[in-house]
Design a protein around this ligand. Structure first.
Ligand SMILES: Nc1ncnc2c1ncn2[C@@H]1O[C@H](COP(=O)(O)OP(=O)(O)O)[C@@H](O)[C@H]1O
Ligand SMILES: Nc1ccn([C@@H]2O[C@H](COP(=O)(O)OP(=O)(O)O)[C@@H](O)[C@H]2O)c(=O)n1
Ligand SMILES: [Mg+2]
Length: 207
């Protein structure tokens, strides 16, 4: 486990002036189990879960100005312009008293990463990366059954290509900073959570 950063981040951004932020980015390909494990982390460690994809889907559902553009991008498996996504994450963070956030499905590329740093003015304490083989991710997404427009084989293939092309620089960046915690995402949901638990249990004492 390459992970060292346990201190809460006290930066210059508007959010971080108001409260101690403790931010975890949760990364992994489509179907790697990010949302499933986030629910368990929330249950056990009291974090606020902000899924970038979910925030974007809510924006589509609310018929906002950007909704049509976001829907087009999601249908094609493309990454929505970072400013749009980061503003939604910012709203989610600001509307919450708790400073402990799980930011799921973000940053998906370097542009996402730098936009977060610029707009929020904070960086993550930990980055979880769920490492899962493509065939397993395809199987899980096709069985997901949540009625999502992007859970079909054609869009999954596109999303996997985007993932393969864009995630590595982000992972590498946080690995070099000693913040990356890579989790083997094969196994039952409970088995995987037992790999996740120690990461958060180790931080309990310093929050
Ligand atoms: N360890 C696991 N083994 C088998 N299926 C899983 C596992 N974890 C999650 N799933 C299922 O796989 C699908 C994708 O999981 P999800 O948490 O939505 O992944 P992600 O948010 O990374 O796309 C869901 O239907 C979920 O119930
Ligand atoms: N940071 C992000 C996260 C999601 N998205 C879009 O939202 C889609 C669904 O993201 P998601 O995180 O809900 O998907 P899963 O990995 O959970 O299957 C992605 O394929 C992108 O089109 C984005 O553009 N930027
Ligand atoms: Mg998800």
């Amino acid at each position: 486990m390459e992970f060292s950063s346990a201190e809460p981040f006290k930066g210059e951004g508007c959010l971080s002036k108001e409260k101690n932020l403790y931010i975890t980015f949760v990364l992994g390909g489509p179907g790697s189990g990010k949302g499933t494990q986030c629910a368990k982390i929330v249950e056990n460690f009291g974090y606020t879960h902000l899924s970038a994809g979910e925030l974007l889907r809510q924006e589509i559902a609310s018929n906002s100005e950007d909704g049509v553009m976001i829907l087009d991008m999601i249908k094609e498996g493309k990454i929505v312009p970072s400013e749009v996504t980061v503003k939604l994450i910012q709203k989610g963070m600001e509307s919450c008293d708790n400073g402990k956030f799980l930011i799921d499905g973000f940053p998906r590329n370097e542009e996402n990463r730098t936009a977060f740093e610029q707009i929020i003015g904070a960086e993550p304490n930990i980055v979880l990366f769920f490492d899962c083989p493509e065939e397993e991710m395809i199987k899980r997404v096709l069985n997901r059954n949540e009625g999502r427009v992007d859970d079909n084989i054609e869009t999954i293939r596109k999303r996997l290509k985007v993932f393969a092309a864009s995630h590595y620089p982000v992972i590498d960046y946080y690995s070099k900073k000693g913040k990356l915690c890579k989790i083997d995402a094969i196994g039952t949901e409970d088995e995987i959570f037992e790999r996740v638990r120690p990461v958060f249990a180790a931080c309990e004492g310093v929050q």
